[in-house]
Design a protein around this ligand. Structure first.
Ligand code: ACO
Length: 707
């Protein structure tokens, strides 16, 4: 029985046709055939061109119908206007995957033809990679169906790239850096196959241990999140996303026609999925190279060995920056290193064997550390000195690395003149993780530890938070009858009740007497707010009065609100005035949820006021969220220490925030016609005293979404 899934044929095809195969070596259609041949593809190659003839010793077929064997992939490299007809021929031949190299589709506004091609292909059981791509490489089939420079080294890193030109350049770069690849997939316009489809295969591919994605925009983020969460439980995943800056995001949007979502959202959600986000392609390459070979650490404590104090301090700073913990048992450090290092050195971590150390001193110290099972990762630094015979250094590091590389993660950083630079280049070409800059090396170790923590985190099943969807929709439907896409105060109260959110007590008064009576019943101080479907921004209309201490203030405020609102909008229908319990002061936070254009339902949290508006100190997660994810979102914000309690203050009710976040996540996930929910402020009290949703705003579609 054939157990291969659809996407498997893309990476392990039995036969590959090249439609537009050319005898002209300047053409892409020639280059692709040449790469397939040179790489030593294991299956059948079928060059297709109506002119017939031969290319690189292979017979050229006039069309697909002349081919007898199975064709799992058709690489299409003919002008855009001819592509659809070729796709129809592929359907007749029962091709499984179309790899459409051709440009000139949605990326230049030709959206409709691209859509039609994909629809036709899917109807006929075919999947489409591209269009607007440079092809695919798969080490499983020894297949290089790209028009890149060739010479891809086999290895454990898989690359998925949205940018073609960058991807082709990466081929050369991987060869220059001796980085071996298990796969390289150009996804271009992502008209059908996207990152998630490719990840689905790579997750199962034993040859792949590291996946590096270059992304410009996310289209089906909800699915991507689900897929990434699974993959990062087995492999390291690195992402570089361009479009961080506002101008960059605009450039990316016009480049691929895809949505470049807000960078903060992308960043938060990648963290949620356990994906390592690199700043640059070079950083991603460094990480990929290191992670492909490094063993997983057995613990968190690293040791720095150096022959120079300054570089040791720099490495210590880098460890703090990248979250690498340093071994700190001073007694053990002394016991381990004092016998093997010069007496004037320091056995505190960093272990400083000093500039007077010989190669033998350095080697003995390095081995003492590598042999100690309690020291989990090694950072070995070297500054060029006169006493140390640098000629021997390259061999020393290569031998030590070969001996210990399976046992614990090791990085080296060498700083000095031309001789050292040559050693760095030579060792790197042999796969030894050596860096000129100590920050580059420690950054790799930090990436390994972040990924390791995620791999080690216990599996958490998402909790099903019950939401009474019928009750929610009933409230929304009442507003919809008035063609309203937002809730009035009393409706927001009802919604809070359905969700089980604690709100300040409130009563809607229809006249002054009722307002005075309501204030008495609730207890002073109170807040008063106008209730009118014609006044959305209550404060702007003078429709809010805070901190009313007694009956007289309530009477004055009632009259003032009525006067201001009438002046603001003469014909506004005022249904009443809401008298609300004045919430006790606490830490004001904002918590919300919405349907994001890239990721679908997401949840957001931040501290209120300037923290959100000026500092943009917010965190996001893709919904629905687990308890641990909700906790991580809350602790992600920079002002988190304020919730833990500073200057003798007590810890705040963080569990209460987590509870609200999970409820909003479930609501926005289950009720997709709700577009925005915002609780501002959610006042957070001391631990044990709960949280209060002071103002709940909900926006929704005025017509119900049929799901
Ligand atoms: N079946 C088979 N072969 C055909 C057919 C057909 N139905 N119709 C035409 N051909 C042949 C042509 O006769 C020609 O062969 P020849 O060299 O023997 O004459 C060959 O197919 C190619 O057709 P051309 O018209 O010569 O097209 P050309 O090779 O110039 O361009 C291409 C085709 C490369 C697909 C071009 O249209 C294109 O899209 N280029 C951009 C590709 C690209 O950059 N993709 C994104 C990559 S990523 C990045 O940004 C780098």
């Amino acid at each position: 029985m054939n157990t291969k899934t659809d996407v498997d044929y893309l990476f392990e095809p039995r036969g590959v046709a090249v439609i537009g195969a050319s005898q002209n070596s300047a053409k892409i259609g020639y280059r692709i055939v040449e790469n397939i041949v040179q790489r030593g593809y294991k299956g059948q190659i079928y060059p297709i061109n109506p002119k017939g003839g031969e290319v690189l010793g292979l017979k050229i077929y006039p069309d697909l119908s002349a081919v007898e064997g199975d064709v799992d992939i058709a690489v299409i490299t003919i002008p855009a206007r001819l592509v659809f007809d070729a796709v129809k021929e592929c359907a007749a031949k029962h091709v499984k995957h179309l790899v459409i190299i051709t440009s000139g589709f949605s990326e230049v506004g030709n959206v409709e033809e691209e859509r039609q091609i994909v629809a036709y292909a899917r109807e006929h059981g075919m999947r489409v990679l591209g269009p607007n791509i440079f092809g695919i490489y798969s080490s499983a089939a020894s297949l290089d169906a790209t028009f890149g420079p060739g010479g891809i080294l086999p290895g454990r890193v898989a690359i998925i790239t949205q940018s073609g030109a960058l991807g082709i350049a990466m081929i050369g770069k991987t060869a220059a850096e001796s980085l071996g690849l298990s796969a390289l997939v150009s996804i271009g316009n992502k008209a059908d196959i996207d990152e998630s489809d490719v990840l689905e295969y790579l997750a199962r591919d034993e040859a792949t241990t590291v996946i590096f994605m270059y992304i410009e925009g996310v289209k089906h983020g909800n699915r991507l999140v689900g897929m990434l969460k699974q993959v990062t439980k087995k492999k390291h995943v690195i992402v570089v996303k361009s479009g961080r800056s506002k101008r960059g995001a605009m450039a990316a949007a016009s480049h691929t026609g895809s949505l470049a979502g807000a960078d903060e959202i992308f960043d938060s959600i990648m963290r949620q999925c356990g994906v390592l986000r690199a700043e640059s392609v070079q950083e991603a390459f460094n990480w990929a190279h290191f992670l492909a070979d490094a063993p997983l650490p057995k613990g968190k404590e690293s040791v720095i060995i150096t022959n120079g104090g300054g570089i040791g301090v720099l490495a210590t700073d880098a460890c703090e920056k990248y979250g690498v913990d340093l071994y700190d048992n001073q007694a053990v450090l002394k016991e381990t290193f004092a016998p093997v290092m010069p007496s004037f050195g320091s056995s505190k971590n960093p272990i400083d064997v000093t500039g007077q150390a010989t190669a033998e001193d350095y080697e003995r110290s390095l081995e003492a550390m590598l042999d100690n099972a309690g020291m989990h990762a090694a950072i070995a630094l070297y500054c060029e000195t006169a006493l140390f015979n640098t000629d021997a250094l390259g061999d020393l590091l290569r031998v030590e690395y070969a001996r210990y590389k399976e046992k614990k993660p090791i990085i080296f950083s060498l700083f000095g003149g031309e001789k050292l630079e040559t050693i760095v280049r030579t060792l790197r070409a042999k796969g030894v993780p050596v860096f000129s800059d100590v920050y580059d090396g420690v950054s790799c170790l930090g990436a390994l530890y972040r990924s390791w923590q995620h791999l080690n985190a216990p599996e958490e099943k998402p909790e099903d938070i019950p939401i009474d969807v019928a009750a929610v929709e009933e409230i929304l439907d009442r507003a919809r009858k008035e063609k309203r896409g937002f809730l009035l105060a009393n409706e927001a109260q009802q919604m809070a009740q359905v969700l089980g959110l604690s709100m300040p007590r409130s009563i809607v008064a229809r006249n002054l007497d009722e307002a005075v009576h309501a204030a008495g019943e609730i207890g002073y101080p109170v807040v008063m707010k106008v209730v009118s479907k014609d006044i959305i921004h209550k404060s702007d209309a003078g429709g809010v009065a805070l901190n009313l201490e007694n009956q007289n203030e309530v009477i004055d405020a009632y009259q003032a609100i009525m006067r201001s609102c009438r002046a603001y909008k003469k014909d506004a229908l005022i249904e009443g005035i809401e008298v609300v319990e004045m919430a006790k002061p606490g830490v004001e936070t904002i918590i919300g949820a919405r349907q994001d254009a890239s990721f679908g339902p997401i949840v957001m949290f931040g501290l209120g006021g300037i923290y959100v508006e000026v500092m943009k100190d917010v965190a996001f997660r893709a919904a629905p969220i687990t308890k641990r994810e909700a906790h991580a979102m809350v602790s992600d914000i920079r002002s988190y220490p304020l919730l833990l309690g500073v200057r003798g203050e007590k810890r705040k009710e963080i569990d209460g925030i987590v509870d609200v976040a999970m409820k909003l996540g479930a609501l926005i996930d289950k009720c997709r016609d709700i577009t925005d929910v915002e609780i501002n402020p959610l006042v957070v009290y001391e631990h044990g005293q709960g949280v209060k949703a002071v103002d709940v705003r909900i926006l929704f579609q005025t017509t119900r979404e049929v799901r």
